[in-house]
Design a protein around this ligand. Structure first.
Ligand code: MRU
Length: 348
């Protein structure tokens, strides 16, 4: 029998507000915030109070529900909706799930527009909640498909946080790990710390420790050494956007891990829902890569580690070519290379 492991409430709706855990504060503080305006939701996404592709999409969906529910009269409803939509659209450029969620909410808004404001208030919130529930179910399916790739005694290396915190709960890459554990497989996890914002050290380690999944933290530059020593059985990461040929944008540093894995004959898997696929892009070449504030690199946990005005680069994501990916784990099963044909089928 499968064990059900504890799940985190990443985001929820209560008393006309969006409730979420402040991920910037973890693991030192478990603080929940109540967001009562679209602007607050947009800023939460920008400042990474909430982050991770599917979670960003859910925040945006609840944000649009909030926009409609705060509307007092029919007058200007379309304009306010459009304004909220545009504001949320401009928060972070890379994760496909954000735009997927906004487009889905807009389609529902337009479809039911003629029913009037009162009906729309319920319809929009119901849709956001549905997306939330669906994401959790999708993660569990990804976990179930992916766990077959993990054997007893394996050590799985992961980068960044593609866990419960990055989704409605359970996670994509970490969902696969959770499912393997639920199937009774004794495994270990190596978590890359993931500079500059340390999602691996702060979030992945915190999540896995809560469930007593044996996890060891390494700095990002240690993966090659450990692979060479035969200490990594496979790599599983999440994704922010996947092009038709399998090219995958994910947290900066993923590309380097993929190259290391190829050199050392370590299988490299991506776990992601269909909402992460961008069917309009042939290759990863055109995936917009977010550049964030230089201070994220100049500082660690707020503490300056270099000269205050030193020029830095801070791309938040990179693109791993599909040819380095052994398989893409989705809710519909594991895709194998060459990816184009399988991914095109999903587009229909
Ligand atoms: O900048 P972040 O923390 O939002 O980046 C998150 C990642 O890169 C995740 O791996 C990705 O969004 C997948 S989350 C299931």
């Amino acid at each position: 029998m499968e064990k059900v492991l504890a799940m985190l409430p990443t985001i929820s709706w209560k008393d006309e507000a969006v409730i979420l855990i402040d991920q910037r504060k973890l693991p030192q503080k478990e603080e929940y915030l109540r967001l009562k305006s679209v602007e607050q939701v947009a800023r939460a996404i920008e400042t990474m109070i909430i982050r991770g592709a599917p979670a960003i999409g859910l925040a945006a969906a609840y944000g649009l529900a909030l926009a409609v529910r705060q509307q007092k009269t029919e007058q200007n409803l379309d304009r306010s909706f459009e304004k909220a939509y545009e504001r949320l659209w401009r928060t972070r450029p890379t994760a496909r799930n954000l735009f997927w969620a906004l487009e889905r909410m807009k389609t529902v808004f337009q479809k039911h527009r003629r029913q009037g404001l009162r009906a729309l208030k319920d319809i929009m919130l119901a849709e956001a909640r549905k997306m939330d529930e669906e994401d959790l179910a999708i993660n569990m399916k990804i976990g179930e498909h992916g766990q077959r790739l993990i054997s007893r005694g394996d050590t799985v290396l992961t980068h960044c946080n593609a866990g419960a915190l990055a989704t409605a709960g359970y996670g994509t890459a970490l969902g696969v790990i959770r499912a393997a554990v639920a199937h009774g497989k004794k495994i270990k996890v190596l978590a890359d710390e993931t500079r500059p914002l340390l999602q691996g050290a702060r979030l992945t380690c915190w999540e896995l420790r809560r469930e007593r999944i044996p996890t060891t933290l390494i700095t990002d530059n240690m993966a090659g050494y450990l692979m060479k020593k035969g200490e990594v059985s496979l790599v599983i990461v999440g994704a922010d956007r996947i092009a038709l040929n399998g090219d995958t944008a994910n947290k900066i540093g993923t590309y380097s891990v993929a190259i290391l894995a190829r050199e050392h004959h370590v299988p490299f898997y991506v776990a992601a829902p269909l909402s992460t696929f961008d069917f309009s892009l042939q290759t990863g070449e055109d995936i917009p890569i977010e550049e964030r504030q230089p201070d994220e690199v100049r500082r660690i946990g707020g503490k300056l580690i270099t000269l205050p005005d030193l020029p830095v680069r801070n791309p938040a994501f990179d693109v791993t070519p599909g040819r380095f990916i052994s398989g893409i784990i989705t809710e519909r099963g594991v895709l194998r290379p060459p990816f184009s044909r399988a991914i095109k089928k999903f587009a229909r």
